[in-house]
Design a binder for this molecule. Sequence first.
Ligand code: AMP
Ligand code: ZN
Length: 456
Amino acid sequence: MIKLYNTLTRKKQIFKPIKAKNAGMYTCGPTVYWHAHLGNLRTFIFEDILRRSLKYNGYKINQVMNITDIDDKIIKKAGAENKPISVVTKLYTKFFLNDIKKLNIEKAEAYPKATTHIKEMVAMIKILLQKKIAYKGEDGSIYFNISKFKNYGKLSGLKNREIKIGARIAADEYKKEDAQDFVLWKSKRPDEPSWPAPFGPGRPGWHIECSAMSKKYLGKTFDIHAGGVDLIFPHHENEIAQSEAANAKKFANYWIHGEHLLINNDKMSKSLKNIFTLRDIEEKGFNPLSYRYLVLTAHYRSKLNFTWESLQASQNALNNLSEFLKTKTDKHQKTNENKNIKIYEKKFLEAVNDDLNTPKAIALVWQIIKDNKLSNAAKKQLILNFDKVLGLNLNKIKPAKIQKIPLKIKQMADERELLRRNKQFIPADLLRKKIEQLGYTIEDTNYGHKITPARN
Ligand code: AMP
Ligand code: ZN
């Protein structure tokens, strides 16, 4: 019995699938116009833990993750780089799939792309127009009328917030506190890609993508919908409105949301320019799985503040685990060993099934290593079995050596920072050049400089 916190009911509930021993899962995927940052990846790791935990409980998984390959940000990026949109989206889809592989995230059963599911989106918008829940604005775009859907706000508890009936917004992203009629279909604009539709040529809004694709791959009602907390409103609220209004059926039974990754106590996000990617941590010599370990040390519903020190501690822990698994296996059984193995197995399952308590599960691993009532062979067997959920790839992992930045380089970088702060840009630039000649690059972020060994 696995218990999960359902945002819809605001309580932990025993997971009851629609079809016995099967779990249908829809997880909102990346918008492919840049690299996924560590915050995005935290959410994808949490969803992987959810998937693996269900599998560990004997469920067969059908997970669908959409790839948003058309939206305002993508169009802007392709325009700025003077490249076709598909070149940009293909490149970043490749990076995304590569990143999740490095994090040992299991592949979803399907990764449908928005641009190859326009037909399904058009069909759904047509139903909403027929039911007079959607309407055409003066600009030719199609909007969802939130006053026509009486349950609007049930996921986010929006009833207490301001709902601006009849106020429209055409952008993909808008002010979070107000609910407004949202766009389903953006009418054709010059120099933008568009698709034909009975209600006029244009391109889909972001929310309709998930409603149409989940219906196609998982049916009108499915078990689990997951994502980061920032998606609760407006994205998931709008998905519910579109799907339930069009299908006249409940949309998803369990809504599971992961908390944010923070940096210096701000949300890690591209707009705040405070992001790091998997490439950044790899360039510093960390194994990407050290980041996975770090994510597991916090519960998915708690905020996690990223620091290099905590990543270093996670890498050390991972190194120690891999060292332990390489020690010689003594097969000498201890008294009551089978009983003790069972106790640990039970405790582990309890932790996982209590709303995916990974910090507790990780703590158990260390308890096992220290337990002298277990033989070395039993310890290894237990840990490798738990790794089916943790996904740290412990039977394959090699300890990583962190590339230390030499003290001299650090001092030069600090000196340069000081010069910059005093607006002495010329000597600061000279120092940067010197650092580069010594084989390191320096990048200025909102949170100070970042030094990395230059790539060959
Ligand atoms: P996006 O590519 O922006 O659509 O985001 C992909 C996923 O990453 C969504 O589920 C977001 O909720 C999630 N996400 C974005 N920023 C963060 C963050 N700082 N911490 C955790 N998850 C995030
Ligand atoms: Zn979505």
